[in-house]
Design a protein around this ligand. Structure first.
Ligand SMILES: NC(=O)c1ccc[n+]([C@@H]2O[C@H](COP(=O)([O-])OP(=O)(O)OC[C@H]3O[C@@H](n4cnc5c(N)ncnc54)[C@H](OP(=O)(O)O)[C@@H]3O)[C@@H](O)[C@H]2O)c1
Length: 264
């Protein structure tokens, strides 16, 4: 097991140990592959996607790095803590944590059914809280580490029909800044706010096209761009408490036509 001490500031990812939650497929997988390309040993956490996790672990090993898949329900606090322990036991102490797992569900408000509210908060906010709580002591003790949380524009724009998701992502962004303060100067903590990246299978073609058009760059960005942003923030020695928006300009898309209906 590797016991080298890492440094709080610039972090060379080669031979570090990274944990990516939600890493079996889609955006999390792309992030994991980018970190493997940088030479990190990569643990991916999955909940239900066991087969895809096994495929991704094979892909990660084909990059020439050590890798492992770890099952955990991050809505359960003890499983989040157990995950950190299992990864450290198998790959070594965690230097880099990426909280990408999420739960994206429509919820009515007001509603008597609060199940989506609690599940979303548990996966999106409490999972990262418990994992950060579990990995931080070892990072502090060894003198360095970096954390990146994945959010989206709902962290500062309330999305209609997505109360739990928007509140959870806003809170995750707040947690990012709080952790940056609590763990400074030893551990850095940042966020990446993604725009349209990989369309969910349940989105119809019209919805995919509408979201594409809403971006300034006119595209879904793909997971590699998310991975590059995460890698930058894990390595960036002078950045903490920051949120890097990787949305193809979605947050400014609505201003494009602002003056087209006025004379002059
Ligand atoms: N896709 C996009 O265009 C987009 C846009 C903006 C932001 N984002 C953000 O990017 C991240 C990844 O997005 P995505 O679209 O790839 O996500 P996704 O397809 O919705 O997948 C969600 C991931 O979270 C994991 N997860 C859900 N509940 C869990 C639980 N209880 N315990 C452990 N893991 C759990 C799932 O693992 P299993 O499959 O193993 O159950 C899955 O890997 C999310 O934070 C999302 O908000 C994505």
């Amino acid at each position: 097991m590797r016991t080298a001490v890492c440094h709080a500031l610039y972090m060379e990812l080669a031979e570090r140990v990274a944990l990516v939650t939600g890493g079996a497929h889609r955006v999390g997988r792309a992030i994991a592959l980018e970190l493997a390309a940088a030479g990190a040993s990569v643990a991916i956490a999955y909940h239900r996607s066991e087969d895809q996790a096994a495929e991704t672990v094979t892909e990660l090993r084909n990059c020439g790095v050590d890798a492992g898949g770890f099952k955990a329900d991050l809505a359960v606090p003890a499983e989040a803590a157990g995950l950190a322990e299992a990864v450290a036991g198998r790959l070594g102490p965690i230097d880099a944590l990426v909280n990408s797992a999420s739960w994206f569900a429509r919820d009515e408000f007001p509603s008597e059914d609060t199940e989506t509210w609690y599940r979303t908060l548990d996966v999106v906010l409490h999972g990262p809280f418990h994992l950060t709580n579990a990995v931080a002591p070892s990072m502090l003790e060894r003198g360095g580490g970096a954390i990146v949380n994945i959010v989206d524009l709902s962290a500062w724009q309330p999305w209609p029909g997505r109360a739990a998701h928007s509140v959870a992502k806003a809170a995750l962004l707040a947690l990012t800044r709080q952790v940056a303060v609590e763990l400074a100067p030893t551990v850095r903590c940042n966020a990446v706010a993604l725009g349209p990246t990989i369309a969910p299978a349940k989105f119809g073609p019209d919805q995919v096209e509408r979201l594409r058009q809403r971006t300034l760059l006119g595209r879904w960005n793909g997971g590699t761009e998310a991975g590059r942003a995460v890698r930058y923030l894990l390595e960036a020695g002078a950045v903490t408490g920051e949120c890097l928006t990787v949305d193809g300009g979605e947050q400014y898309g609505h201003v494009r036509d602002r003056f087209t209906d006025t004379a002059g």
